[in-house]
Design a protein around this ligand. Structure first.
Ligand code: HEM
Length: 456
C-alpha cells in the first residue's frame, strides 16, 4: 500500500492552525495543488481526514457499495439546527428513507411545471427591482439570495418573505449566516475551546432560535389557513406517508426538514447565479450567445412559458460550466463501510474521505484547458466524453441533491429574464473574493444594469 501524502503538522493540533477560519477552501485548494497524486490527508483537531481530487479516485469513492455519506464535522455540527433533516440525516437513520420517498414526488418534472408560475412571479420582482435601480451598484449575491429564498419558501411552503420589498435582508438570513459560520469555526476548534467561548455559544443559540421561530411560523401559518391537500413540500410532509413503510414524519422531523429546505434550497442556487453573472462578464462571446438566445426564444415582454424555458440551450450550458468552475458547495464527504483501498492507498473502515470539488473540477486528468470557461464542453458530443468522476457539483448517488432540477429550472428562468431585459456591466472591475459559509459566494460582487430596449 502507498502512504497518503500529508503536510507536516504540530503535536496535538496537527494541521488545524494551518487552515484559516475564513475561506478554508482556499487553503485546501492550495494543498491540492501541492499533491499531484490527487489525494492528501490532514490531521484536524485529532481527526484524520483524507481529501481526494483525482477523478479516478473520486469515481472509486462514489461507489455506494463501498462508501456511504459521512455526517462528520462540519455537517455533524450543522445537525445542532438541521437535526435529522435530509441533508444531515445519517445513512443508517430510517427517517432519511421515509422523508426521501415522501418528498420525491415534489421534485418530479410535473412539480417543476406546477411551481413555475411562482418562480416567475419572484423573478419578475427581481426584474422590477433592478429596473428601478438602473445605474446603481447592485449587490448581486444579496439580490440572488432574495430571489432564491423567496422562490423556495413560496413554492415549498406557500410562505412569503417579500424580500424585494426591503432594503435589509430578512433576519432569518443573518441568523443562518451566523450559525453556518460558527459551525465552520467549530470544525477547527478543540471541543474545550468551543466550550470556553461563551459569547459565541450564546450568539449561536440565539441564531438557532431565530431560525426555529421562523420555521414554527411557516408551519403555523399553513396549519391555520388549512391549505389541506396542497402538494408542495409542506403539504406532503404534513399529510403523506412513506409508500414503503407507511410511516408519517414526526413534528420534530418536519421542523428539521423545513429548516433544511429553507437553507439548502436557496444558498447554493444564489451562489450559482452570482458566479454565472461573474463568468458572463468575463466572457463576451458566451454573453453575446446568451443575449442572442433570449432574443430568439423570449422576444417581447410576455412572461416566458415553462416550455420555452425548457428549450433554452446556451443558458443551461452557462450554468453547467459555472458549476464546474465555481461549485457553490465546495466539498462533500463519504466514509468507508469497511477497511478498503483506493488507487493503492489504504482507507480504514469509517474513515472520512472528502471530495474536493474546485480542484476536481479543474483537474487536467478530467478537463482540457481546465481553467478556461468554455460552455461548449456541455454540447452533447463533448459531454458524452466527460470523465465519470470529474464533475460532482450535486454530490453523489442516492444522497445527491434532491433539488437539482428545481435549482436548474429556477436559475435558467432567472438568468433568461435578466439577460432579456438588461445589458449587464461591471464598471468597478470586480476581483474574485470568495466568501465561505459552508457554501461559496463572490463576496461583495456588484454589477450595473441598463435596459436593452424600451419597455412599456
Ligand atoms: C444535497 C448541491 C440546490 C436541497 C446536496 C448535495 C450537494 C448539493 C453537493 C450533497 C451534499 C452531501 O453529499 O453532503 C446543490 C447545488 C445546488 C443545490 C450546487 C444549486 C445550484 C438545491 C435546492 C434544494 C436542495 C434548490 C431544494 C429545493 C438539497 C437537499 C439535499 C441536497 C435536501 C440532501 C439530499 C439527501 O441527502 O437526501 N445539494 N444543491 N439543493 N440538496 Fe442541493
Amino acid at each position: 500500500m502507498k502512504a497518503i501524502p500529508a503536510p507536516q503538522g504540530l503535536p496535538l493540533l496537527g494541521n488545524t492552525l494551518q487552515m484559516p477560519s475564513r475561506a478554508p477552501i482556499l487553503f485546501l485548494e492550495e494543498m491540492a495543488g501541492r499533491y499531484d497524486e490527487g489525494i492528501f490527508q490532514l490531521d484536524l483537531v485529532g481527526r484524520r481526514v483524507v481529501f481526494v481530487h483525482d477523478p479516478d479516485l473520486v469515481a472509486e469513492v462514489c461507489d455506494e457499495t463501498r462508501f456511504y455519506k459521512g455526517i462528520n464535522p462540519p455537517l455533524s455540527i450543522v445537525r445542532d439546527f438541521a437535526g435529522d433533516g435530509l441533508f444531515t440525516a445519517r445513512h443508517d437513520e430510517p427517517v432519511w428513507g421515509h422523508a426521501h420517498r415522501i418528498l420525491m414526488p415534489a421534485f418530479s418534472q410535473r412539480s417543476m411545471k406546477a411551481y413555475y408560475p411562482q418562480m416567475l412571479e419572484v423573478a419578475e420582482q427581481l426584474i422590477a427591482s433592478w429596473s428601478r435601480r438602473q445605474g446603481e451598484d447592485l449587490h448581486v449575491p444579496d439580490d440572488m439570495t432574495r430571489l432564491t429564498l423567496d422562490v423556495i419558501s413560496l413554492t415549498g411552503f406557500g410562505y412569503r418573505f417579500n424580500s424585494f420589498d426591503s432594503p435589509e435582508l430578512h433576519p432569518f438570513l443573518r441568523a443562518m449566516g451566523g450559525a453556518l459560520t460558527e459551525a465552520m469555526h467549530r470544525n477547527r476548534q478543540l471541543p474545550f475551546v468551543t466550550k470556553l467561548k461563551r459569547k459565541n455559544e450564546e450568539a449561536y443559540q440565539h441564531d438557532i432560535k431565530v431560525m426555529r421561530d421562523l420555521v414554527d411560523d411557516v408551519i403555523r401559518q399553513r396549519r391555520s389557513t388549512g391549505a389541506g391537500g396542497a402538494k408542495d413540500l409542506l403539504g406532503l410532509m404534513l399529510e403523506a406517508s412513506d409508500p414503503k413503510s407507511g410511516e408519517r414524519l414526526s413534528d420534530e422531523n418536519i421542523r428539521n426538514q423545513v429548516l433544511t429546505f429553507l437553507i439548502a434550497g436557496h444558498e447554493t442556487t444564489s451562489g450559482l447565479l452570482s458566479f454565472a453573472l461573474y463568468n458572463l462578464l468575463r466572457d463576451p462571446h458566451a454573453l453575446a450567445l446568451a443575449y442572442d438566445e433570449v432574443d430568439r426564444l423570449l422576444p417581447g415582454d410576455e412572461p416566458p412559458s415553462y416550455e420555452t424555458v425548457m428549450k433554452l440551450d446556451v443558458i443551461p450550458r452557462i450554468l453547467e460550466e459555472t458549476l464546474r468552475i465555481w461549485s457553490p458547495i465546495p466539498a462533500f464527504a463519504v466514509n468507508a463501510f469497511a477497511d478498503d483501498s483506493i488507487g493503492g492507498y489504504p482507507v480504514a473502515k469509517d474513515q472520512p474521505v472528502v471530495v474536493l470539488l474546485p480542484p476536481l473540477h479543474r483537474n487536467p486528468k478530467a478537463w482540457e484547458r481546465p481553467d478556461e470557461f468554455d460552455i461548449d464542453r456541455w454540447l452533447p458530443e463533448q459531454k458524452a466524453q466527460h470523465h465519470p468522476g470529474g464533475y460532482k457539483p450535486f454530490g453523489n448517488g442516492e444522497r445527491a441533491c434532491i433539488g437539482r432540477q428545481f435549482a436548474l429550472t429556477e436559475a435558467r428562468l432567472a438568468l433568461a429574464m435578466i439577460l432579456r431585459r438588461f445589458a449587464i456591466s461591471d464598471p468597478s472591475v470586480y476581483r474574485m473574493k470568495i466568501k465561505q459559509t459552508l457554501t461559496l459566494k463572490p463576496d461583495e460582487f456588484t454589477i450595473r444594469v441598463r435596459e436593452r430596449r424600451a419597455h412599456e
